[in-house]
Design a protein around this ligand. Structure first.
Ligand code: SF4
Ligand code: FES
Length: 240
């Protein structure tokens, strides 16, 4: 039973295991620090909360919550990897895959891509819905980095990184509904005219292949990349 109090340190239960938390911790922060994987796309340990992707949905004392924005409290009973929650995550991933252009075999991020790795983790084997096939112009204006808006999953990691770490506010999210997209803060709207630099934290934080360095293709062979070597745990229920 949750006390509802998050003023101090304490412990909560995560899929039956005891997890310690510090004052101010979210469920996500405490769980990840303790070595538990709570599925996520838009959370990063050094950046502020976003709650953009909802992949971190968990059951907290019977209520569904986003683990990355929910404060840990003593005695909470949290369910993470259940067939029902993984089915919701799979649905979210299915929608993300059809809303953008995520053709993994042609993407340099394949094997290092968090979206791809989470899809495998949740047992997603292919698209279930009709693809939107967006056709947004690629921004190749920058000398060393390029930006493919079609692959952006609107996680806001680059937005937060540029604001909180780089102190540049190069990126923003604009538009509504299906027309929501990443924006570049420059007079022309192009990356080359912004304060963006390849050494920025925002240049390395994208979980998918939307922000990538130019002229660096397959330096690490497919099959030996991050998630090729260390995939996430298997799905807890069946496949699509
Ligand atoms: Fe997220 Fe990458 Fe899109 Fe930025 S460009 S919002 S980091 S997916
Ligand atoms: Fe919690 Fe994205 S990780 S909403």
């Amino acid at each position: 039973m949750s006390t509802g109090c998050d003023a101090g340190a304490g412990r909560f239960q995560l899929d039956g295991q005891d997890v310690a938390f510090e004052p101010g911790d979210t469920l996500m922060a405490a769980a990840q620090r303790a070595g538990h994987d709570l599925p996520h796309l838009c959370w990063h340990p050094t950046l502020g909360q976003s709650g953009a992707c909802r992949l971190c949905i968990v059951n907290v004392d019977g209520r569904l919550s986003a683990a990355c924005t929910t404060r840990a409290a003593a005695g909470q009973v949290v369910l993470n990897r259940t067939p029902e929650l993984d089915a919701k995550r799979r649905l979210l991933l299915q929608m993300l895959f059809v809303e953008g252009n995520h053709f993994c075999p042609s993407c340099e991020k394949s094997g290092d891509c968090l979206l791809q790795a989470r899809a495998y983790q949740m047992g997603m084997t292919g698209p279930q819905y009709e693809e939107f096939s967006p056709d947004r112009a690629v921004d190749a204006s920058h000398p060393t980095m390029w930006l493919d808006f079609n692959r952006c999953i609107l996680c806001k990691l680059c937005v937060r990184a540029s604001h909180e770490i780089d102190h540049k506010d190069v990126f923003a999210i604009g538009g509504h509904g299906i027309n929501t997209q990443l924006l570049v803060n420059s007079g022309s709207g192009r990356l080359v005219d912004s304060a963006f630099d390849a050494g920025d934290f925002a240049a390395s934080v994208c979980p998918v292949g939307a922000i990538l360095p130019k002229r660096r293709g397959f330096a690490t062979p497919i099959g030996t990349r991050r998630f090729d070597l260390e995939p996430f745990a298997d799905p807890v229920d069946g496949h699509d």
